[in-house]
Write a protein that binds this ligand. Structure first.
Ligand code: GDP
Length: 700
C-alpha cells in the first residue's frame, strides 16, 4: 500500500498540472489552524527540519503545496541526501534547509501587502529518508484579532482561501493549541462547516506540555467535539529551548518523548490515546492512503471521461494531427521565406529599372520645366524645329548651352542616392507587408525583429550602393552616345509623357472650371484677373519711371469675385499656359525633325533627356542589383533562420508558438490529451496494486 500512496501522490501532481477542477483531484492533507497555534512547528517536526518562514508578522501569505518524498536507504547502507526542490522555480536541489526557508520567505514577501494573501500556491518537494510519502498543504494561519496592520479584509481573505482548500476530497488537519479552548478553534469551526461528522478531519492538539496532563488527556479523548479520525496530541517544541535547524527534529522529539514518557499514566498504551509526532505521521499516512485508495475508483472514472472527451475533441477539431512548437516555427519560417521569394520577383532587374525610370522621368520633367517651359523664347525653338532648312549646327549657341545644362542638371541630381533609396524603400515596404500578414499579427515581437534586421542590412548597404551607382553614371555627365534605336524609343516615351502631362493639365482645368461654376464664368474670371495683372504691371512701370513710392492702392478684386475664385483663376492661367507649351512641344516631338534621329538633339531636348534618363536607369539598376538586392536577398533569409529559430531556447519556442491563439489551443488540447493518457496509464498500472481499498482502521 505504501507504493500506492507514493504513486498516487505522483499522479496527484500530474493532475494538478492538467487542470484545477475539483473533478480531477486526488486528496491531500490541508493544514489549518490559527496563528501561533503551533502549525509551523508541527510541520517542521513532521519533516524534521526547520524550513518555514518565521517572524512576528504574518509570514505565510501563499499556500505551500508540500510534497514529502520518502527516499529509501541506498544499497551501500548510506543514508541518502535530504534536499528540497521548487519544481516551478528551477533552482535545482537545495540541501541547505535555511536556504529553503529563505526562498519561502522571499516568495511570501513578494506578495504585495495590498493583496496580503495570494491564491497562487508555492510548490515545494522535500526528499528525505526521514519523511513518509505525504502531501500537505500549509495555509496562512487564521487571524484571531484584526489589528492595524492586519485589516478586517485579511481575516476574510484567509478564511476564504482555507475554505477552498478544505473542500472534498482533501483531508483536514485541524491544528489547535492545548492551552486554548477548543470551542475557540477557528480550524475546528471551519472543518465542521464542510465536514460536520469529522469523517475527513484529524485534530492535532499542539503544546500539550502547556496544560496539565489530565486536561490534555480529556481533550484527546475528543468527547466534546468528536472526530471520526480522532485527535493526536503533540509537543513540537521544548519549552524555552530555541533549537537550531540541525537539531530541530531531535530536540523537539526528545522533549516530546520526555513529556509523554513522564505522564505514561495518562498517555500510555493502555490509554488508547494517540500522542506523539511519530504517531501523527503514521496516522497521516494511513488516512491519506485510505483516502487515496477510496478516491482511486472515482478519479479513474473521471480521468477516463476527460480523456475520452479530449480524444474526441482532438479528433474532431484537428483530425488527430499532432503539432509541436518547433514544427510551428519551422512552418512559419517556411511561409515567411516563400512569401519573401514570391515578392522578390518584384525586384528583378526589369521591374527595378521600370521603377527607376519612372523616378527619372519625373526628374526630366522637372528639368524641362525649369530650363525650357518657363523660357519666353520657347516658341523660337518650335519654329526652328519646324523649319526644314535649319541645320542643327546652325542653331544658336543659346540652345546648345541649354541642352548641356539640362543634361548636366539631370545627371548631377543625386541619381545614385535617390535610386538607391527608392529601391530600399521598396524593400522596407516589402518586409512590412510580409510581416504584417498572418501569422505574424500574432507575433509582433518576432515581426519587429525581422523588420529591424532588414533595416540593419539596408542601412549597411545604402551608402556603399549609392556611391557605387554615382560612380558608374559619372561618364554620362560628360558624354552620352545615342543611337537611332535609343532615340526612337526615347522619342516615343517622351510623347507618352507629354500626353500624360497634357491630360493632367486638362483635367485640372476642368476641375477648376467646375469649381467656379462653368466655362463662361471661368472665362470672365480670367478676363478680370488678366485685367488686374495688366493694371498692376502698369502701376509698376509708372512707379519705376517716376522712381518714387506710389501709395499701393488696395486691390479692388475682392469686391467682384471672392478671393478663393481669384486664386482658382490664377491657377487656371498657369495650367493653360503650361498646356499651350506642352501642346507645342508635343507637335514638335511628333514632327519629322524629331523623328530624324540623334542629330536633332538640340531641337528636341525632351528626347535627348529621355534617352539619358533611360541610360541612367539601366546603369543604376545594374549596380543596385549587385550591391543592394543580392546582399539583401541573401542575408535576410539567413537572418530569419538565426533570429527566429536558433536564437530561441525551448521555453521561448513554446512561448512563440503559443502567441498564436489557434496554435495555443491546438497545443493545449494535445497536451491535455497526452497528460490524461499518461495519468490513465499510471492509474491502470495501479490496478495490480489495488489489493485493499478498505478505509484505514479507525481508533476504537
Ligand atoms: P504557527 O503560527 O501556528 O505556525 O505557530 P508556531 O509553530 O510558530 O508556534 C507559535 C509559538 O508556539 C512559538 O513561539 C512556538 O515556540 C510555540 N510552540 C509551538 N509548539 C509548541 C509546543 O509543543 N509546546 C510549547 N510549549 N510551545 C510551542
Amino acid at each position: 500500500l505504501m507504493h500506492l500512496t507514493r504513486k498516487l501522490i505522483e499522479i496527484r501532481s500530474m493532475l494538478l498540472g492538467i487542470d484545477q477542477s475539483d473533478a480531477l483531484k486526488l486528496p491531500s492533507i490541508v493544514v489549518i489552524g490559527s496563528q501561533s497555534s503551533g502549525k509551523s512547528s508541527l510541520l517542521e517536526a513532521i519533516v524534521g527540519h526547520e524550513f518555514l518562514p518565521k517572524g512576528n508578522n504574518m509570514v505565510t501569505r501563499r499556500p505551500i503545496e508540500l510534497t514529502l518524498v520518502y527516499t529509501p536507504a541506498k544499497a551501500d547502507g548510506k543514508s541518502p541526501e535530504e534536499y528540497g526542490e521548487f519544481p516551478t522555480l528551477g533552482l535545482g536541489k537545495i540541501t541547505n534547509f535555511a536556504q529553503i526557508q529563505q526562498t519561502l520567505t522571499d516568495l511570501n514577501l513578494a506578495v504585495p501587502s495590498s493583496e496580503a494573501v495570494s491564491n497562487d500556491a508555492i510548490d515545494l518537494r522535500i526528499y528525505s529518508p526521514n519523511v513518509p510519502d505525504l502531501t500537505l498543504i500549509d495555509l496562512p494561519g487564521y487571524v484571531q484579532i484584526s489589528s492595524m496592520d492586519q485589516p478586517e479584509t485579511l481575516k476574510e481573505k484567509i478564511a476564504s482561501l482555507c475554505e477552498r482548500y478544505i473542500r472534498e476530497p482533501n483531508i483536514i488537519l485541524a491544528v489547535c493549541a492545548a492551552d486554548v479552548d477548543l470551542a475557540n478553534s477557528p480550524a475546528l469551526r471551519a472543518s465542521r462547516k464542510v465536514d460536520p461528522l469529522g469523517l475527513r478531519t484529524i485534530g492535532v492538539i499542539t503544546k500539550m506540555d502547556l496544560v496539565p496532563p489530565e486536561q490534555g488527556a480529556t481533550i484527546l479523548a475528543g468527547n466534546r467535539y468528536p472526530l471520526h479520525l480522532g485527535y493526536v496530541g503533540v509537543v513540537t517544541k521544548s519549552a524555552g529551548n530555541n533549537f537550531s535547524s540541525q537539531s530541530a527534529g531531535t530536540v523537539a522529539k526528545r522533549s516530546e518523548n520526555d513529556y509523554f514518557g513522564n505522564h505514561r499514566d495518562y498517555f500510555g498504551a493502555s490509554s488508547s490515546l494517540m500522542v506523539g509526532t511519530d504517531t501523527l505521521r503514521r496516522r497521516l499516512m494511513e488516512v491519506l492512503e485510505s483516502s487515496m485508495a477510496s478516491s482511486l475508483h472515482g478519479i479513474t472514472n473521471a480521468v477516463q471521461l476527460e480523456l475520452e472527451e479530449a480524444t474526441y475533441q482532438f479528433k474532431v477539431q484537428y483530425n488527430d494531427r499532432r503539432i509541436t512548437a518547433e514544427s510551428y516555427i519551422a512552418e512559419t519560417v517556411d511561409t515567411l521565406k516563400s512569401r519573401f521569394k514570391d515578392f522578390t520577383t518584384q525586384f528583378r532587374k526589369p521591374q527595378v529599372r521600370e521603377k527607376l525610370k519612372m523616378m527619372l522621368d519625373e526628374k526630366v520633367m522637372d528639368v524641362l520645366e525649369q530650363l525650357y517651359w518657363l523660357d519666353k523664347r520657347m516658341p523660337e525653338l518650335g519654329a526652328l524645329a519646324a523649319d526644314s532648312k535649319v541645320k542643327p549646327q546652325d542653331v544658336e549657341a543659346y540652345w546648345w548651352h541649354k541642352l548641356e545644362a539640362a543634361s548636366s542638371l539631370l545627371t548631377k541630381s543625386g541619381v545614385g542616392r535617390d535610386s538607391t533609396l527608392l529601391v530600399a524603400d521598396g524593400l522596407r515596404g516589402l518586409i512590412d507587408s510580409i510581416v504584417s500578414g498572418d501569422p505574424f499579427t500574432h507575433h509582433p515581437r518576432a515581426a519587429e525583429r525581422i523588420v529591424q534586421f532588414s533595416h540593419v542590412i539596408l542601412r549597411e548597404r545604402i551608402g556603399v550602393t549609392s556611391d557605387q551607382v554615382e560612380n558608374c553614371i559619372k561618364p554620362f555627365k560628360y558624354e552620352v552616345d545615342v543611337d537611332e534605336r535609343e532615340w526612337e524609343q526615347g522619342r516615343e516615351r517622351a510623347v507618352e509623357l507629354f500626353q500624360t502631362e497634357v491630360a493632367m493639365c486638362e483635367s485640372k482645368l476642368k476641375e477648376i472650371r467646375k469649381k467656379v461654376g462653368g466655362g463662361r464664368r471661368l472665362r470672365s474670371l480670367l478676363g478680370y484677373v488678366q485685367g488686374l495683372e495688366e493694371q498692376a504691371k502698369e502701376r509698376r512701370n509708372r512707379r519705376l519711371a517716376r522712381e518714387e513710392d506710389v501709395q499701393e492702392v488696395s486691390e479692388p478684386e475682392s469686391y467682384r469675385y471672392p478671393p478663393g475664385q481669384i486664386l482658382d483663376a490664377r491657377h487656371a492661367m498657369l495650367y493653360s499656359d503650361r498646356l499651350s507649351i506642352l501642346k507645342l512641344r508635343l507637335a514638335a516631338l511628333k514632327s519629322r525633325r524629331c523623328k530624324a534621329g540623334p542629330e536633332s538633339d538640340v531641337l528636341c531636348p525632351e528626347v535627348f533627356l529621355n534617352v539619358v534618363a533611360d541610360k541612367l536607369a539601366h546603369t543604376s539598376t545594374m549596380f543596385i542589383n549587385i550591391e543592394l538586392l543580392d546582399h539583401f536577398f541573401d542575408q535576410l533569409p539567413r537572418g530569419i533562420d538565426s533570429r527566429l529559430i536558433y536564437d530561441l531556447d525551448r521555453k521561448e519556442v513554446e512561448e512563440f508558438a503559443r502567441e498564436n491563439p489557434v496554435v495555443k489551443h491546438h497545443l493545449d488540447l494535445q497536451e491535455r490529451k497526452d497528460k490524461l493518457e499518461e495519468v490513465m496509464k499510471q492509474l491502470n498500472s495501479l490496478s495490480t496494486l489495488r489489493t485493499d481499498t478498505q478505509p484505514a482502521p479507525r481508533r476504537q
